[in-house]
Ligand binder design. Structure first.
Ligand SMILES: Nc1ncnc2c1ncn2[C@@H]1O[C@H](COP(=O)(O)OP(=O)(O)O)[C@@H](O)[C@H]1O
Ligand SMILES: [Mg+2]
Length: 230
């Protein structure tokens, strides 16, 4: 019996046999503006508000204030999460032992969900892909040990077009997807219409998941995945 946790993102859990595998690490990948940050914040918010799971959001890109107001603009109000959600904003150029810092924060806070936005920014200052792979491997091992369910955001240099995966570009450095249990790709065509935004589960270990891109909407209660047409 595989234990799962609901993301709480309407329509998403039905695509993946009821939720993410508990304690797994998923890469949330896509081009800029494909809603990776909003998707990940909603996962953390729903964990706190709907399922009572504490969560930590690590951002290397935006301030806590900016993140919360972006969430609020789509109807996700973090004040409802009270002390169950914590934002930590860092610079990827800080000379800190990030993995130890996160481990301590998870223990102190009692986090069950963790988002790192983005793994791209965290890995960028490292010298080469060997160092990046080593760092992501060590990070993943720690997160597994802490039994956290995690989203690692990955920024890819494309518009998230549905054809980008045919080029095998699921991540910036090409190593992230192999180290994660799941890959969730978000798309934005920028042409309008129902399929303009879409989510696609590329890989999810231990899960029979929907395979194709499923239209996704931003409403006034956050992101919603629409019913698959097949
Ligand atoms: N209040 C809103 N209403 C509708 N769409 C929004 C709203 N806020 C953000 N968006 C859309 O979401 C995009 C930003 O999402 P974000 O999660 O920050 O993207 P990413 O992290 O993938 O770069 C914007 O470019 C815009 O298209
Ligand atoms: Mg973002």
């Amino acid at each position: 019996m595989i234990e799962r946790i609901k993301t709480g993102i309407p329509g998403f859990d039905q695509l993946v046999q009821g939720g993410l595998v508990k304690g797994s690490t998923s890469l949330v990948t896509g081009g800029t503006g494909t809603c990776k940050t909003l998707f990940s914040m909603q996962f953390l918010y729903s964990g706190a508000v709907d399922f009572g799971e504490k969560g930590i959001y690590i951002s290397f890109e935006e301030s806590e204030e900016d993140l919360k107001s972006a969430a609020e603009s789509i109807g996700i109000n973090f004040s409802k999460a009270g002390k169950k959600a914590k934002f930590i904003c860092l610079s990827p150029y800080d000379t800190i032992d990030f993995i130890s810092l996160l481990k301590d924060e998870i223990t102190r806070f009692g986090a069950k969900r963790v988002v790192i936005d983005s793994i791209t920014a965290l890995a960028m200052p490292l010298d080469n892909n060997f160092e990046r792979k080593k760092m992501i491997f060590t990070l993943n091992k720690m997160l597994k040990k802490m039994k956290c369910s995690c989203l690692l955001v990955s920024e890819i240099p494309s518009e998230g077009s549905i054809s980008s995966e045919s080029l095998g570009r699921f991540s910036r450095f090409g190593v992230e997807e192999f180290l994660c249990d799941s890959v969730i790709m978000l798309h934005y065509m920028g042409i309008g219409g129902e399929a303009d935004r879409a989510a696609r589960v590329v890989k999810m270990r231990k899960t029979s998941h929907k395979k194709g891109p499923i239209p996704m909407e931003i409403g006034n209660k956050g992101i919603k995945i629409l019913k698959p047409k097949y």
